[in-house]
Design a protein around this ligand. Structure first.
Ligand code: ADP
Ligand code: MG
Length: 356
């Protein structure tokens, strides 16, 4: 359905220098495919989406949609825009129109749908995204997750064949990410072709037919989710998908600021939407530090979260010891409260790892 050959895009900086953002992008996208585009920031993911719907005309190469060269001079872009919807990170709703008015605007103006029909369909779409109750309110009274669901309904009202999503959940409070992802997930089952730039790796793995890993302006690795997330071929892909987020504290004395640690745990758990609560992790730290290892200082405490597997762990690391510092009573107390406990020597000392 979409065929991209040798696509490139450069920008001229104000000082006259040229930055090449897309170098040589090649891909074929079939009808009904759901493709997640992942990769470090600044590697051209947004630029690629914007080139595909000609918001940002490419510098070189060609894009064909249903066989037609949309990059050709004079190609009627309104035809493309009808086929292709786009959902942005920032929603872009009309603030002075109600939810329903936002949705019926384009179908009435561009598809010339009579108002009664447009309203009826808009209500159907709002029901589909769980927003029918909010049809008559203004966007300013909605949460970010609700705005994004309205933006998706608005895009669907144009009956697109393809929807491009550019980080649809990255501007949202973590508690609202799920409601938007579940709407996108339901669309993926309806045969709509979708390209989704996302940082939500587990979502990408679950909904996609294929993953593009972009790196430095090219599609660096392209494959089924099982390949990209399970058996990536190239080293940069492997490093990216196995990323681990960490929070590290060095507890060196009785004056250590535990209040700050507790706050840090809270923020970390919210930011990455961890499957465990900050309070549970924090109380394990207090127990280990004060009941089981009161004399072992300095002790490095690390909270880690592997984005792809979801594995959350607490590490306690001490230097200069070669055997586990844990007393038997600690093992008894922890057993059953953590998924797994690993005691292992490290290069410079010993680590106790609690997988939560
Ligand atoms: P990503 O979405 O992967 O984070 P982008 O496609 O937004 O990356 O941007 C890739 C690079 O292109 C960045 O270095 C960005 O600064 C640059 N860039 C994007 N748009 C423009 C523009 N209109 N003018 C100049 N540079 C741009
Ligand atoms: Mg981007």
């Amino acid at each position: 359905m979409i065929s991209i050959k040798h696509l490139s895009k450069s920008f001229r900086n104000p000082d006259g220098s040229v930055i090449t953002v897309l170098k040589d992008v090649n891909c074929e996208i079939g009808r009904g495919e759901v493709i997640s585009i992942i990769g470090p920031s600044g590697t051209g993911k947004s630029t690629l989406l914007r080139a595909i719907n000609m918001l940002e005309p490419p510098t070189g190469g060609e894009i064909r949609v249903d066989g037609e060269n949309i990059t050709a001079k004079g190609y009627p872009l309104h035809k493309l825009r009808q086929k292709m919807g786009m959902v942005f990170q920032g929603f872009n709703l009309f603030e002075h129109k109600t939810v329903l008015e936002n949705i019926i605007y384009a179908p009435m103006r561009l598809r010339h749908v009579p108002e009664a029909d447009a309203r009826e369909e808009a209500m159907e779409l709002l029901r589909k995204v769980g927003m029918a109750q909010k049809a008559d309110v203004y966007p300013s009274s909605l949460s970010g997750g609700q705005k994004q669901r309205v933006a998706i309904a608005r895009s669907l009202a144009m009956h697109p064949e393809v929807i491009l999503f550019d980080e649809p959940t990255s501007a949202l409070d973590p508690t609202m990410v799920g409601e938007v992802l579940s709407v996108i997930r339901s669309l993926s089952k309806e045969g709509l072709t979708m390209l989704i730039v996302t940082h939500e790796m587990r979502f990408a793995r679950d909904v996609s037919t294929r993953i593009f890993f972009m790196n430095e302006g090219v599609i660096y690795e392209d494959g089924a989710p099982e390949q990209i997330f399970g058996h990536p071929v190239r080293s940069a892909t492997k490093a990216f998908v196995n990323r681990i987020q960490k929070l590290v504290y060095e507890v060196d004395s009785a004056d250590f600021d535990f209040l700050q640690m507790h706050t840090g745990f809270n923020q970390f758990c919210i930011k990455y939407n961890l499957p465990v609560t900050a309070d549970a992790a924090y109380s394990l730290v207090r127990e280990l530090l004060f009941e089981h290892l009161p004399d072992l200082r300095p002790l490095t405490v690390r909270l880690t979260y592997a984005e792809l597997s979801g594995e959350t762990a607490l590490d306690f690391m001490a230097e200069g010891i070669t055997a586990s510092p844990l007393p038997e009573a600690a093992r008894d107390s922890l057993r059953g409260r953590v998924k797994q406990m690993v005691e292992e020597p490290t290069a410079r000392g010993f680590r106790v790892k609690l997988i939560l």
